[in-house]
Design a protein. Structure first.
Length: 131
């Protein structure tokens, strides 16, 4: 597998992850602002919902990376995608302070679990036993 294919699959996987996340968050927040925030603080219920959405988006991103990398080097490409997601998560200081360390850590673990689940789903479709 060449560097171009890895880079392309990572860009596409992250775009799927971030795109789905943005559509969901920007679709929910204006429709239910009381669910999202109270007194300028993110509510716990929203944090839990965000974690579930984050998991679904990480699964979709992991699946996409596995699809376009054709299952080659899954530890490398999956690890890089999870690392990128976690890096972006932790670099947004304002949201990190709002969510708190527990939710940030949980979302980091969810990122890894989601990417692994996405890869597993895709690789399962590629295995000869599933045909």
């Amino acid at each position: 597998m060449n560097l171009f294919a890895i880079t392309f699959s990572l860009i596409l996987g992250y775009t799927v992850f971030a795109g789905l996340l943005l559509v969901t968050v920007f679709g929910l927040a204006p429709r239910a602002p009381g669910f999202v925030m109270k007194e300028y603080r993110i509510r716990t219920q929203y944090k839990v919902a965000e974690e579930l959405v984050w998991l679904a988006c990480a699964i979709a991103g992991g699946y996409t990376v596995a699809w376009f990398s054709a299952g080659a080097m899954p530890w490398l490409t999956g690890g890089l995608l999870a690392g990128i997601i976690i890096l972006i998560l932790w670099t947004n200081l304002g949201e990190t302070q709002q969510r708190g360390i527990l939710h940030q850590t949980l979302m980091s673990a969810i990122s890894v679990a989601g990417v692994v689940a996405g890869f597993t789903l895709r690789l399962r479709h590629l295995s000869p036993a599933s045909n």
